[in-house]
Design a protein around this ligand. Structure first.
Ligand SMILES: [Zn+2]
Length: 116
């Protein structure tokens, strides 16, 4: 009888731990995803600034990301280091997007500013 009581207590402790983990782990994952998205969007915003500098010098936007110069420039998504995609319609319009769906920026706006 005593052994059954011990087993029952252990079972309750184990179930409680599993319950707490089930609540905490998804929250942690969501927070981590949000941080990755913020970092990704910050990188895209740095590209916009670099494009503006490039435009001021050359009178057109860069058609290749490698033409852009800047200390804080990073042309990959922090989620898996896959490269951003630059679409240059012409020398006055461009769009840079994250391949993982974190958003895109153009010479006119950023996708997440449209959501607000
Ligand atoms: Zn991204």
């Amino acid at each position: 009888m005593l052994r059954w009581a011990v087993v029952r207590k252990l079972l309750i402790v184990a179930l409680s731990a599993a319950l707490v983990a089930a609540i905490v782990v998804p929250g942690y994952k969501i927070e981590k995803q949000q941080q990755t998205q913020q970092t990704c969007r910050r990188r895209l915003e740095q590209i916009v600034k670099a494009q503006e500098r490039y435009f001021a010098q050359h009178g057109k936007y860069a058609s290749e990301l490698t033409e852009l110069i800047g200390d804080s420039l990073n042309f990959t998504c922090p989620q898996n280091d896959s490269p951003f995609v630059l679409q240059a319609a012409d020398s006055l319009h461009y769009k840079v997007s994250c391949p993982n769906g974190h958003g895109w920026v153009s010479n006119e706006t950023a996708s997440w500013k449209l959501e607000e």
